[in-house]
Design a protein around this ligand. Sequence first.
Ligand SMILES: NC(=O)C1=CN([C@@H]2O[C@H](COP(=O)(O)OP(=O)(O)OC[C@H]3O[C@@H](n4cnc5c(N)ncnc54)[C@H](O)[C@@H]3O)[C@@H](O)[C@H]2O)C=CC1
Ligand SMILES: CC(=O)C(=O)O
Ligand SMILES: [Mg+2]
Length: 371
Amino acid sequence: MRIGVPGEIKNHEYRVALTPSGARELVDRGHTVVVQQGAGDGAGFADSAYEAAGASIEADVAALWDGAELILKVKEPQAEEVARLKPEHTLFTYLHLAAEQQLTQGLIDSGATCIAYETISAVQGGLPLLAPMSTVAGRMAVQAGAHSLEKAQGGAGVLLPGVPGVAPARVTVIGGGVVGENAARMALGLGAEVTVLDRSIPRLETLDDRYQGRMKTVFSTADAVEEAARESDLIIGAVLVPGAAAPKLITREMLSLMKPGAVLVDVAIDQGGCFETSRPTTHAEPTYIVDGVVHYCVANMPGAVARTSTQALTNATQPFVVALANKGWRKALQDDIHFAAGLNVHAGKVTYAAVAEAFGMDHVPVATLLN
Ligand SMILES: NC(=O)C1=CN([C@@H]2O[C@H](COP(=O)(O)OP(=O)(O)OC[C@H]3O[C@@H](n4cnc5c(N)ncnc54)[C@H](O)[C@@H]3O)[C@@H](O)[C@H]2O)C=CC1
Ligand SMILES: CC(=O)C(=O)O
Ligand SMILES: [Mg+2]
């Protein structure tokens, strides 16, 4: 199969969808891999490393897209990339469609087969292609929050661990999944007082057991969220209903309950955000202030630590990329129902229920396409 790897064009996105080692795995199986010139630079992978792995380098972006059957990316296609998609393409990348109707319509209109990393499931549960980036973003969320709490960033001027004689900051994490656990773990490590809210009791049990009571676990209700708003210095939004738009848990009104200079880090922003006042920001301008509360809502947090993130992401995507290349999308999805859960759009139809539901669109179940 002819596989194309374009350079990422989203603001400060330095990751790349394939490492030279990944390219070698594909080339060794008889596939053709074409990487855009300089695509790996931000993650520390030079063109020469891809060439040594048997890939070729293409400077002309249009030629790369036109010549490829399978396009591997990291972030959701930007408008100029959507315009390059054709019905013959299989696109494999993060999509987060429930947060973006225009993108969803663009993919429908393209006629392409679009498989999202973030909705692929696993036998043991969880989202194996979201998890590595959620681990990164969860760990980064505390760094971002700590920085945003500095006075010069508009924050309250609070140091997370406090100092002897001064109490540590209160950090609340809403959603105790992969992002949430990693954020809570980092905040604990820095000496903050940490509370995790989740509506899954088994999840709260796991966290309680794993951290032996060092973080508080609280069942997530409207009351619990309001109390968190009143008492926290830093709140990290980390909820997910797979494939669906994030529920708005902190309303604009609730900002008035918060301490002046408190910080909201909305990691769930790629699914639309879990705070009403969240809007996507970029690494170039990561924060803004509403009613005295600092908001950090970067939708591609892992892009800033591109070396670590690229390796972690491609470790997870590699078996799926090999299956797509070896078998083509239809057979690869027929052979693996968990992989089939990644199909979001095919030939002008939405194939993921939560995305169709978000926009009141018709939904064609994946199974009907695979028989
Ligand atoms: N901004 C960025 O750069 C990145 C964002 N993300 C996003 O972070 C979000 C979280 O991802 P994961 O941790 O991997 O998901 P996950 O599925 O591991 O965890 C989500 C948790 O939220 C809980 N939850 C759902 N509704 C809730 C509610 N109303 N109240 C409290 N808890 C609730 C679930 O029970 C679950 O434990 C996703 O939207 C993901 O796309 C992930 C990586 C990077
Ligand atoms: C998951 C995601 O959106 C990211 O890694 O950028
Ligand atoms: Mg997005």
